[in-house]
Design a protein around this ligand. Structure first.
Ligand code: GDD
Ligand code: MG
Length: 361
C-alpha cells in the first residue's frame, strides 16, 4: 500500500509533559535515546508508508533540522507549518494540497504497533469515509470515546466525556484512515477539530464512519508517567552500551539498561534496570539508579539516589541527593547536595534547588 500517505499531527504544545517539553517539542522527547517520532516513522515504514507529511506548529525548527528531508531515515518528509494552531482537522486541511487518495492521519504523541496494512484494507472493504482505530482503556474520560455497533459502524463520538457518561471504554486511538473528500467540511485557515466537529458532523449526516478496534500495544506519551512507561516498556533484553561507555569493574548493573555513548560509571555504582541513560552522562561513585530515564549530559555526584523518575538534559545532582518517586526534572536543573525530592515534584528547566531541601508534591 505504498500509495497511502500519512499525515502526522505534531503541532501541540505538550503542556502536560512540562517541564520536559519546555525546551523540546513532544515529538522529539527521547525514547530509548532516539526522538519519539523516529519510532513512529519506523512503524510506518514497516507498513510500506514512506510519504509522510508533518503538520507542525510549536517549535517546528527543532523537528525539521533533525529529520531534514527524511532520506537518512528511509522516508520522504514534507513539512507544513501553521501560523497559529489550526486544531487537529484544521491542520490536516492545511496540508490537503499533498493528498489525493485514501490517507492516514496519526496523532503525533501516540505509539502503537497497530496493523496499519489491515486497517487500510478494512477501511476499503467497508467503503468507509473515515475509519477510527480504537483501543480499550480503563478510564476513558481523558480521551475521545467511540460507540460502535456490531458491524463496526460508529454511532457516536464523544470527546472527553465524564467518566459516568462514557458509553464504552473503547477510545479513539488517534489513528484514522480518511477519504480526502471529508476535508470539504473543514474551512481553510480556521481552527477545527476532528474530535469535536468533523467526526460528529460525519455521523449526523449519516456518512460511513467505521471503528477498527484492536488490542495492539498503545500509549499516548503526553504525560510524564506515560512517557516513562513507554521507555521502560520498549526496553528489553540485555544491557546495551557501546565501546565508548566506561563502566568501573566494581559497578553492579542489572539489565535492561540502555546507555548512550560516552557515559562514565564510577566505582560501586548500582544500576537496576529498566533504566535509560543518555549520552555523555557521568555517574559518580556509590550512586544508585533504578527505573529511571536520564537525558544526555547529566551528572550524578557521589552517593545520589535516582529512582522512578525522569531527569532532563544537562542536570547536575549533587552528592547524597535523593530524587525519587515520580519526580520530573526539566533540563539544566541543579539539585543541591542532600536534597530529597519525591511525590511527583516537577522542577522547571534551569532551576537550582538549595542543598538540604525537601520537596514533595
Ligand atoms: N498541527 C497541529 N495543530 N497539531 C495539533 C494541534 C494543532 O493545532 N492540536 C493538537 N495537535 C496534535 C498534538 O500535537 C497531538 O499529537 C495530537 O494532535 C493530539 O492532540 P493532544 O493534545 O495530544 O490530544 P489528546 O491526547 O488530549 O486527545 C487526542 O488523542 C487521544 C488519544 O491519545 C484526541 O484525538 C482523543 O480523541 C484521543 O482519544
Ligand atoms: Mg495526546
Amino acid at each position: 500500500m505504498s500509495e497511502v500517505k500519512a499525515v502526522i499531527l505534531v503541532g501541540g504544545e505538550g503542556t502536560r509533559l512540562r517541564p520536559l517539553t519546555s525546551s523540546v517539542p513532544k515529538p522529539m522527547v527521547p525514547v530509548l535515546n532516539k526522538p519519539f517520532l523516529q519510532h513512529v516513522f519506523k512503524h510506518l515504514s514497516n507498513h510500506g508508508i514512506r510519504d509522510i507529511i508533518l503538520a507542525l506548529c510549536y517549535l517546528p525548527d527543532n523537528i525539521q533540522s533533525y529529520f531534514g528531508d527524511g532520506s537518512d531515515f528511509g522516508i520522504n518528509l514534507t513539512y507544513v507549518v501553521e501560523d497559529f494552531p489550526l486544531g487537529t482537522a484544521g491542520a490536516v486541511k492545511n496540508v490537503s494540497q499533498y493528498i489525493d487518495s485514501t490517507f492516514l492521519v496519526l496523532n503525533g504523541d501516540v505509539y502503537t504497533d497497530l496493523d496499519l496494512t489491515s486497517m487500510v484494507a478494512f477501511h476499503k472493504e467497508k467503503g468507509a469515509k473515515a475509519t477510527i482505530a480504537l483501543t480499550p482503556v480503563e478510564d476513558p474520560s481523558a480521551y475521545g470515546v467511540v460507540d460502535a455497533d456490531a458491524d463496526g459502524r460508529v454511532k457516536r463520538f464523544i470527546e472527553k466525556p465524564k467518566r459516568e457518561e462514557a458509553p464504552s471504554n473503547m477510545i479513539n486511538a488517534g489513528t484514522y484512515v480518511l477519504e480526502p473528500d471529508v476535508l470539504a467540511h473543514v474551512e481553510p485557515q480556521k481552527f477545527c477539530m476532528f474530535e469535536r466537529f468533523l467526526f460528529p458532523l460525519l455521523l449526523e449526516t449519516g456518512q460511513a464512519v467505521y471503528a477498527y478496534p484492536s488490542d495492539a500495544y498503545w500509549i499516548d506519551i503526553g504525560t510524564p508517567d506515560n512517557y516513562a512507561k513507554i521507555n521502560l516498556d520498549l526496553l528489553s533484553g540485555e544491557t546495551q552500551a557501546d565501546d565508548s561507555v566506561d563502566v568501573h569493574s566494581s559497578a553492579k548493573i542489572t539489565g535492561p539498561v540502555l546507555f548512550g555513548s560516552n557515559c562514565v560509571v564510577e566505582a560501586d555504582v548500582v544500576i537496576e534496570g529498566p533504566v535509560v541513560i543518555g549520552s555523555g552522562c557521568i555517574i559518580k561513585s556509590g550512586s544508585f539508579v533504578r527505573r529511571a530515564i536520564i537525558w544526555p549530559d547529566t551528572h550524578l555526584d557521589s552517593w545520589t539516589t535516582i529512582k522512578d523518575c525522569v531527569v532532563g538534559m544537562g542536570c547536575r545532582i549533587e552528592a547524597n541527593a535523593c530524587v525519587v518517586d515520580g519526580t520530573v526534572l526539566g533540563s539544566d536543573v541543579v539539585i543541591g547536595d542532600s536534597c530529597h525530592l519525591s511525590g511527583g515534584v516537577r522542577i522547571d528547566c534551569g532551576k537550582s534547588i538549595d542543598p538540604d531541601t525537601t520537596l514533595k508534591r
